[in-house]
Design a protein around this ligand. Structure first.
Ligand SMILES: [Zn+2]
Ligand SMILES: [Zn+2]
Length: 92
């Protein structure tokens, strides 16, 4: 079954064998068969699951609304959303 991405209109389909860690089917692009990494959706407010800072262990997340100039995610402290200034980061 082909359907259109609600965000960008691309032709997508679902494959029962291609599922995410949470068991949900991942939309694939009809043209390429690759998982659809929606260009439109990324611009809407994306928030990652919390993860731990590998230096100080505090809970962090990343959001599409907080990216650095070179388009990299800036780690934010969970759940307040302040940019994480890690106390354990190496001093250069
Ligand atoms: Zn899309
Ligand atoms: Zn840290």
């Amino acid at each position: 079954m082909v359907f259109n991405c609600r965000s960008c209109g691309a032709d997508l389909y679902l494959d029962d064998h291609v599922v995410s860690k949470s068991g949900k089917r991942i939309p694939l692009e009809e043209e390429t068969g690759q998982p659809h990494n929606c260009p439109e959706r990324e611009q809407s407010d994306y928030r990652s699951q919390p993860f731990e800072c590998n230096k100080c262990g505090i809970s962090l997340f990343v959001s599409s609304t907080h990216k650095s100039k070179n388009n990299k995610f800036i780690p934010l402290e969970y759940p307040q959303g302040h940019p994480h200034d890690c106390p354990k980061a190496e001093v250069k």
